[in-house]
Design a protein around this ligand. Sequence first.
Ligand SMILES: [Zn+2]
Ligand SMILES: [Zn+2]
Length: 339
Amino acid sequence: MASSSSKQSRGGAALPTSTNSTGDASDNVDVWCSPGGHVLSKLHKQRVLDQIKNGWVDDAIATAAMKLIKEEHPEIGGLRPTSLFYGQSKATSQERRNQLCRLRSFVFHDDFQQPRGRQVQILYTGSLHWVLATNYHEYERELVYVYDSLEEPVTELLVAKIAAVFRFANPKFRIVWPVVDQQKNNKDCGIFAIAFLVALCHKFDPSSLSFDSSMKLRKHLVRCFEAGSFSLTDLFPTRANPADVQRSLPGKLFNMVSQSVAQARRRIVLRDRSVHVICRCRMPVGKGAKDKTVICSNLLCTVRLYHESCVVIFDREFYAKIQRKYYTCPPCRDILLGY
Ligand SMILES: [Zn+2]
Ligand SMILES: [Zn+2]
């Protein structure tokens, strides 16, 4: 293993002053490196190098990879800490509802701003799995690509998380799952998600890549973290000859999807889904019966349907005053009052 001791770079120079992912920054002995300023411990290194037992990518590793990419590609949006999109699928209906409310309130605390431009985000699906979601290719259209190294069933929670990342203005957006190289074990999804992320940000099409063995990918990630760069080291190891790798991004895919989903699915799309979103948070309606919605009484309202859990966040006083009857949302109230 290459040592970074002789030539300390951004990643090698640990900055143990900030609180780290282990929640304890006092024990500097445990610091391994700080890619993108995100401190990782030696346990994280063991984890990255362990493809058999504990080699599961955790929040800290996924977030460190995104921060490092963000440092090198500041023009790319998203890349937020994975803990912001927390949520487990195996939860009681009450817990699931709380998770959705938390996701929505996260959007609220972001001031309901709609992200613009290219967004890339590693997401935890809620069921022991990481995927990469992005609008990188077609950021002007409301189409999200999910790169998934294991063909897992899609969870409601993942769809909600994707909506929370992109917050599209239109009532509907679409998610497609392009066919990509699949992991060979049950530990590599996070490693693949990072590899897809790096490939994408280096303008490679993840669908056209065939990744090397788990151990090569893991050792490569360690080198990148220690060097503090995904760009200075060699490419993520692929089995394909790099000269053969298609450098262009799949502009074709959107056209194929819009022309013929059936045709696209057979060739390059594993599955696709249309998602209906409501409210200021631009997220779907939760499936549970207790996830109530509120209708704006103005027939010309551009939003019309709100989550009750969101209304009580951004319009609590008014909603209490009208005793949950004949709600009119703030923009419509302004219009009706002639502002
Ligand atoms: Zn909402
Ligand atoms: Zn309204």
